[in-house]
Ligand binder design. Structure first.
Ligand code: 5GP
Ligand code: ZN
Length: 113
């Protein structure tokens, strides 16, 4: 399958790994929008949030415990962080493998729309 993030998971394209387990891979965004900008992705290829099914709920939930583990390790858990996931064109999704942006390290702009 010609998916950039699947290739990153397989190591075919290099990435700066932050965390990995059986279900999830996390790595630094190549074009950071904040001092901390990490992408957390399921190892299973899921194209968009629209394609998440009931049996994916455990891995999608797991992404959030991984996020708070990473936040604690980086020492950003108390000052705070934002998790964002874009779905399709109007949200600006550019890579069609579900991913969660973990943003931190500064006061983030509060407008979401
Ligand atoms: P989206 O716009 O789909 O929500 O987010 C895609 C993210 O993937 C962007 O923030 C972009 O910078 C990041 N990205 C795109 N290509 C690469 C890559 O080859 N390596 C890494 N580490 N990040 C990438
Ligand atoms: Zn993929």
């Amino acid at each position: 399958m010609d998916c950039l993030f699947c290739k990153i998971i397989k190591g075919e394209i290099p990435s700066e790994k932050v965390y990995e387990d059986d279900l999830v891979y996390a790595f630094k965004d190549i074009s950071p929008m904040a001092p901390v900008h990490i992408l957390i992705i399921p190892k299973k290829h899921i194209s968009t949030i629209n394609d998440i099914e009931e049996y994916d709920e455990s891995v999608i939930g797991h992404i959030f415990t991984v996020a708070n583990k990473i936040a604690k390790e980086l020492g950003i858990d108390e000052e705070g962080y934002r998790i964002v996931s874009n779905c399709n064109k109007n949200a600006g999704q550019t890579v069609f493998h579900v991913h969660f942006h973990l943003l931190a390290g500064k006061e983030l702009i509060t407008t979401l729309g």
